[in-house]
Design a protein around this ligand. Structure first.
Ligand SMILES: CC(C)(COP(=O)(O)OP(=O)(O)OC[C@H]1O[C@@H](n2cnc3c(N)ncnc32)[C@H](O)[C@@H]1OP(=O)(O)O)[C@@H](O)C(=O)NCCC(=O)NCCS
Length: 312
């Protein structure tokens, strides 16, 4: 057995076919846009492929954001059915953990709902983040720096801009923060993991991209150290109106007026819809000149949250 290392872009057609077979077309599309080189300005994508006599037996992929190289995301872990249970999963996973360690990554995240895989990841120091299907590993071995070290105080100036693929990995630990509102973002259907289990990991960022594909947009706020502390979105609704939403760590709140301004610059008639009990978003909207215009609700397959709409 031979492990080969690739850095995007490279010809990934063969592993992509396996990803489609094993996980479905969505996983293929999720990986394809990262491995075809279209994100090299934002992320370093490293892939290990395992071969026996030129036959592909397995894969693992690490994404290290260029602006945030202390965080990494792992994805696309598989071994082919005939190769399973023979130790290859362990070999591939150890290789990628060693790889990210050699880049001085401090926090690595991945998502799984496969208990066999979760047990394997736990052997290498990964543990489930409460309220989620996300597993995280800190190079310090310490979960405390998740909130205390990264997020308490912004390090340097906060820059608000249109969103891009720099957000792909940092959005994962951000949405797992517990000091956030009940509805983090109504447009991307991201809720507080204290209340509603966060089942997505690498699937979170594509929801923002989807909004842009359909005439909406998204925005992000990073500090100088590369911490993503706030995100905002605009969704083009079926009736042609634009609904905005935003969430922020308490330590990034002073970037919210700029975020709201950027949204209004691009979407002059944007309205907002927030949970009825969300006093923090209410305060920001009212301080920035928005007024309540009526009640509504946010419904998912599992639950309904009462909401209020705000507009100028
Ligand atoms: C998860 C997966 C990558 C593991 O790969 P693998 O090649 O079987 O891994 P290994 O042979 O190194 O086995 C890993 C561990 O799982 C255990 N294991 C493997 N198959 C098992 C099974 N069917 N039932 C219970 N345990 C199993 C092994 O005993 C081993 O435990 P150990 O590390 O304590 O010895 C592989 O099963 C797979 O591709 N699954 C489908 C895709 C998937 O779900 N990927 C994970 C996405 S997050």
């Amino acid at each position: 057995m031979e492990l080969k290392k690739f850095i995007a872009p490279f010809d990934a057609e063969e592993p992509l076919k396996y990803l489609e077979q094993i996980f479905g077309i969505e996983e293929r599309l999720l990986e394809e846009c990262q491995l075809n080189g279209s994100e090299t300005d934002f992320n370093t994508d490293i892939v290990y492929l395992a071969y026996e006599d030129n036959t592909l037996l397995g894969m693992i992929h690490a994404t290290i954001p260029k602006a945030t190289p202390h965080i990494a995301g792992l994805s696309a872990m598989f071994t082919t059915p005939a190769a399973r249970g023979k130790g290859l999963g362990n070999i591939l996973f150890k290789a990628i953990v060693d790889e990210v360690s050699s880049h001085n990554v401090r926090l690595t995240v991945l998502g799984t709902c496969n208990p066999i895989a979760a047990k394997l990841y736990a052997k290498y120091g990964f543990a489930f983040c409460p309220g989620s299907n996300v597993m995280a590993r800190f190079s310090s071995g310490n979960m405390v720096d998740f909130t205390n070290d990264y997020y308490t105080v912004p390090k340097g100036k906060i820059t608000v801009s249109h969103g891009n693929q720099a957000m792909r990995i940092p959005i994962v630990p951000l949405v797992l923060q517990t000091n956030l509102p009940l509805i983090l973002d109504i447009n991307t259907k991201i809720f507080n993991s204290n209340t509603i289990t966060q089942r997505s990991c690498m699937g979170l960022f594509p929801r923002y991209e989807e909004l842009r594909k359909h005439g909406g947009d998204y925005f992000m706020a990073f500090d100088d150290s590369g911490t993503l502390g706030a995100a905002a979105s605009v969704c083009r609704m079926d009736d042609g109106t634009f609904r905005g939403d935003f969430f922020s760590l308490p330590s990034f709140e002073y970037a919210i007026p700029e975020m709201l301004q950027k949204m209004e610059d691009d979407f002059s008639n944007v309205y907002f819809e927030i949970a009825k009990n969300d006093t923090v978003k209410k305060k920001h909207l009212e301080e920035n000149g928005f007024k309540p215009i009526g009640d509504s609700y946010c419904k998912t397959d599992e639950f309904t949250i009462n909401t209020v709409k705000y507009a100028r």
